[in-house]
Write a protein that binds this ligand. Structure first.
Ligand SMILES: Nc1ncnc2c1ncn2[C@@H]1O[C@H](COP(=O)(O)OP(=O)(O)OP(=O)(O)O)[C@@H](O)[C@H]1O
Ligand SMILES: [Mg+2]
Length: 234
C-alpha cells in the first residue's frame, strides 16, 4: 500500500494556551500562548521559579481547570469534548503538591479507594494485594500501609500520594514536586519508578520540580519563565 504515513498523534497537545487569574482587584496572566506536545514513553520535567505557573500548567493539562484561551487535546480529542471528569478518571493521574490524601483513611485505603474510583483492575484481580505491592515499591511497609495517613511523616505521606497515582492505570502521570519531602535515596528510587513507567510501560510522565538532579534524569526539560516555556533536551 502506498500513501502518506500517518503521523503519530501526541498523547497530549497544548495549542495556543493562555491562562489568566482574575480577582476583583487584579488580573494575573500566568501562561502566554503555550504550544507544547507531549509524547508517550517520555519522562518530562517542568522547571521554573516559584510563581512561574508550573502548578497552573499541570492543572490545565490534567483537566482540573480549563485554559482561558487555547485548546488541549488528549490522543487527538479535545478535552472539553472528551469531558474533563472522564479524562481525569480514565487517562490522567496526579500527585498533588499538597498531597490531597483522604485524612480519615489509612495509606492502603487511600490507594485502594483511588483504584475503585478509577476502575483500575490489577492483573491479579486483587486490589488490596496490588496496592500493598505499590506501597512497598515506594518504600512503605505493610505496617505503615495500615496506619492512618495523619500518623505518617511528611515524606511518607508524599509516597502514599505517589503510590495512589501509580495504582491508577492511566496514560499520563502528573506529579507536582513529588520528591520535595524525600531524602536523596528515596527520591532516587522514585525517579527510577518514573523512568520505568515511561520507558517500560510507554506512559507519559510529567513532573514539576525544583530539583536539577531529577531534571537531569528526565528525557526532556521544559522551563517556564514569565508565562513562556522553553523546551530543552536531556
Ligand atoms: N486560584 C488562583 N487565583 C489567583 N491567582 C492564582 C491562583 N493560583 C495561582 N495563582 C497565581 O498564579 C501564579 C502562578 O502560580 P502557580 O501556583 O502556578 O506557580 P508555581 O510555578 O507552581 O509556583 P511554586 O513553585 O511556588 O509552586 C502565582 O502568581 C500565583 O499567585
Ligand atoms: Mg506549584
Amino acid at each position: 500500500m502506498t500513501g502518506t504515513p500517518v503521523a503519530l498523534v501526541p498523547v497530549l497537545q497544548l495549542s495556543d494556551v493562555s491562562h489568566v487569574y482574575q480577582s476583583q482587584r487584579r488580573r494575573t496572566t500566568v501562561l502566554k500562548q503555550i504550544d507544547l506536545d507531549f509524547e508517550r514513553g517520555t519522562f518530562y520535567t517542568v522547571l521554573g521559579p516559584s510563581g512561574s505557573g508550573k502548578t497552573t500548567l499541570l492543572s490545565l493539562a490534567s483537566g482540573l481547570d480549563s485554559p482561558t484561551k487555547g485548546t488541549i487535546h488528549f490522543d487527538g480529542q479535545e478535552l472539553s469534548k472528551l469531558g474533563l471528569g472522564r479524562y481525569r478518571n480514565k487517562h490522567a493521574a496526579t500527585v498533588f503538591q499538597q498531597y490531597n490524601l483522604l485524612t480519615y483513611m489509612t495509606a492502603l485505603q487511600n490507594v485502594t479507594t483511588a483504584m475503585e474510583i478509577t476502575g483500575a483492575r490489577p492483573a491479579t484481580g486483587r486490589r488490596k494485594a496490588h496496592a500493598l505491592e505499590i506501597l512497598a515499591k515506594v518504600g512503605l511497609d505493610p505496617d505503615t500501609a495500615h496506619r492512618n495517613v495523619l500518623r505518617l511523616s511528611g515524606g511518607q505521606q508524599q509516597r502514599v500520594a505517589i503510590a495512589r497515582a501509580l495504582a491508577c492505570d492511566v496514560d499520563i502521570l502528573f506529579a507536582d514536586e513529588p520528591t520535595g519531602n524525600l531524602d536523596e535515596d528515596t527520591a532516587d528510587g522514585i525517579i527510577g519508578i518514573f523512568q520505568q513507567l515511561a520507558h517500560e510501560q510507554n506512559k507519559c510522565v510529567i513532573v514539576v520540580t525544583h530539583s536539577q538532579t531529577l531534571a537531569a534524569r528526565s528525557d526532556r526539560t521544559l522551563t517556564l519563565r514569565k508565562g513562556r516555556v522553553t523546551v530543552g533536551g536531556s
